[in-house]
Write a protein that binds this ligand. Structure first.
Ligand SMILES: Nc1ncnc2c1ncn2[C@@H]1O[C@H](COP(=O)(O)OP(=O)(O)O)[C@@H](O)[C@H]1O
Ligand SMILES: [Mg+2]
Length: 267
């Protein structure tokens, strides 16, 4: 199993949308996928229509009272499993911070799964802050996927994450960026294209070729508890996330090669 964090300290940039839809598209392709909802708001959990019961998040595993494996639930989607999120996770910022090794609790809790063969890919849907949950995700992950909204200041946010990656390498020396996903692209404005050009200028091929368009259907799908490939299977949102999935898999298969993740100096 390979573990990816889907992270950006900004809210509303498409982290959850990407986590849910990349997971669903990979499952559609026959991969065995585990989606881990690390956000107390549990948007990924509700976006796939999962009804969570109390105490079923990854929180007890972070504290050391349970194993992550015991928190895995099956979903309505073949090949897609879920560790749901719930409000308990809000307590992590205080409770986990109090514990020894507070930066590496999730890393320790997920280590054994990496060598088991139950899943091909796992995705951590991170909350929008640089708090204890996101840093734990970065410390645990093999690679990071960064969704970036096509708007002003996109690069500014990115430089912050790259800085955090540099710091987290003390506990997770092999962490790299798998890719940057440009989201909510609006073809009617020049701004979106300018932002994409600017980010590509700095991060070159690290930026996925696939750009996720702004689409009403993508915005609606979570309220129906469905990934876009079920809610609007032939629309532009589903087409984009399927294309992103193919690109993701091509990178995984090593069809494209990249230089090391650029450091802060590259920005
Ligand atoms: N490509 C898109 N087009 C339209 N709406 C989108 C798109 N991506 C995300 N949204 C909507 O924007 C909001 C924020 O997206 P979300 O994925 O929840 O961001 P994050 O997890 O980074 O906070 C949600 O209401 C979501 O449905
Ligand atoms: Mg989210």
């Amino acid at each position: 199993m390979k573990l990816f964090a889907i992270a950006n300290q900004k809210g509303g940039v498409g982290k959850t949308t990407t986590a849910v839809n990349l997971s669903a598209c990979l499952a559609e392709k026959g991969k065995r996928v585990l989606l881990i909802d690390l956000d107390p708001q549990a948007n990924a959990t509700s976006a796939i229509g999962f009804e969570n019961g109390p105490g079923n998040s990854i929180y007890p595993a972070l504290i050391g009272y349970a194993k992550v494996e015991d928190k895995i639930a099956v979903t309505r989607y073949k090949g897609l499993s879920l560790v749901p999120g719930d409000l308990d996770l809000a307590g992590a910022e205080v409770e986990v911070a109090r514990l020894d090794d507070h930066l590496t609790r999730l890393r320790a809790a997920t280590r054994s799964m990496l060598t088991q063969n139950a899943f091909d890919y796992a995705f951590l849907d991170c909350p929008p802050s640089l708090g204890i949950l996101m840093t734990n995700a970065l410390a645990a992950a093999d690679q990071l996927i960064i969704p970036l909204q096509c708007e002003y200041f996109a690069l500014e946010g990115l430089s912050k994450i790259v800085h955090v990656i540099d710091q987290i390498r003390a506990v997770n020396p092999t962490l790299t960026i798998a890719g940057i996903v440009m989201t909510m692209f609006d073809g009617r404005t020049n701004l979106s294209q300018q932002v994409v050009d600017e980010v590509r200028n700095h991060f070159k091929k690290l930026v996925y070729q696939t750009i996720i368009p702004r689409s009403v259907r993508l915005g609606e799908a979570p309220s129906f508890g469905k990934p876009i490939i079920e809610y609007d299977s032939n629309g532009i949102g589903a087409t984009a996330y399927r294309a992103l999935t193919v690109e993701f898999l091509n990178r995984e298969l090593g069809h494209e090669r990249f230089a090391d993740t650029p450091g802060v100096a590259a920005i």
